[in-house]
Design a binder for this molecule. Structure first.
Ligand code: BEZ
Ligand code: FE
Length: 334
């Protein structure tokens, strides 16, 4: 007989059994109690807090729904396919978090505002780092990408002082409802730009009127929305991300009123304060002055963006934690 190939014996992860024995369950509740008892050993207090809550709610969910084995297997199959659908360009798991409202909730809890500061909205998967620099008054969209829109405003502190030299990233779909990255033949960034506020905090640029568009519907998340009888549309919006030294980074979007999907955004990104009214400017001379090469009219979006300082934002976040009363010093952040 030839020698068997050398195989290393299977070993544990090195953590010894606990100093106590768990009762062997004679009813389902013991399973939950046992998992919680073992989780008590988690060395990092924040991890322990998170996982104890996760187990509590997950087990409660299974009990409350009397989940069947087939249903749990269907859920596992769904989550597996969700992960498998991800590529460097497609993030189906984030999309799942988006349609379940978890992205919007995490974002809102982590970016509370006050003092008239501009609220956050979901980032989404279509931001890219390669937007062209756009000077004041220039266009982020190539000609023919949609109806004209001019966007202008100021970047301000909560006490109304201008914030100069803030970096503003902005992106949107074209009139067909596609981001440039959704075109297989994308050869340059379009409908996106990087600007800076002036000494007086002002910014201004030409863009196109955004349209409502569907989030990707050809994966497990699309199936889920059909199962739930939900549409997969986002109301029309213009994304903006603003950064300035000493200020809390703002990731937001503006939603023109009148869209039929405004109150049922499939990713729950709309907030009341981010709904805007576009002005109709029908004036050929004004259109030309703003740099629009054709047409007599354009829409005007005016909005002053107010940033919190880092210190203001940190104070607000602490306030949220305390209000919720469940986070002690020990349970805080990793
Ligand atoms: C977006 O607005 O670009 C977006 C946000 C969440 C999911 C899909 C798209
Ligand atoms: Fe978007």
């Amino acid at each position: 007989m030839p020698d068997a190939p050398e195989v290393k014996a299977a070993t544990s992860n090195g953590i010894p059994p606990p100093s106590f024995n768990l009762p062997l369950p004679d009813k389902p509740e013991i399973i939950t109690a046992n998992v919680q008892k073992l989780t008590e050993q988690t060395p990092n207090p924040r991890h322990k807090f998170i996982f104890k809550a996760l187990i509590k709610h997950l087990h409660q969910f299974v009990n409350e729904t009397s989940l069947t084995t087939d249903e749990w297997m269907a859920a596992i199959d769904f989550l597996t396919r969700t992960g498998q659908k991800c590529t460097p360009l497609r993030q189906e798991t984030i999309l799942l978090s988006d349609v379940l409202g978890v992205s919007a909730l995490v974002d809102s809890l982590n970016n509370p505002v006050a003092g008239g500061a501009t609220e956050n909205s979901v980032l989404g998967p279509f931001f890219t780092e390669d937007a062209a620099e756009v000077d004041f008054g220039e266009s982020i969209a190539s000609e023919g990408k949609g109806d004209y829109m001019y966007v202008e405003g100021r970047i301000l502190t909560t006490d109304g002082q201008p914030i100069p030299n803030a970096v503003i990233e902005t992106w949107e779909t074209d009139a067909d409802g596609f981001y440039d990255t959704q075109y297989a033949d994308r050869s340059y960034p379009d409908c996106r730009g990087r600007l800076r506020s002036g000494d007086d905090g002002r910014f201004g640029y030409r863009a196109v009127v955004p349209v409502a568009y569907p989030i990707p519907g050809d994966g497990p998340v699309g199936e889920l929305l059909l199962l739930l009888g939900r549409h997969n549309m986002r109301p029309n919006h213009l994304h903006m991300m603003v950064e300035a030294p000493g200020f809390h980074k703002l990731v937001t979007a503006f939603y023109p009123d009148g869209c039929k999907y405004l109150e049922s955004d499939c990713v729950f990104g709309v907030k009341k304060s981010l709904v805007v009214s576009l002005k109709d400017i029908v004036d050929e001379e004004e259109a030309r002055k703003r740099g629009f090469p054709h047409g007599r009219s354009f829409k005007l979006l005016q909005y002053d963006i107010v940033l919190l300082t880092e210190a203001q934002s940190a104070k607000m976040r602490d306030g949220v934690d305390q209000e919720r009363c469940i986070i002690t010093e020990d349970h805080k952040k990793f």
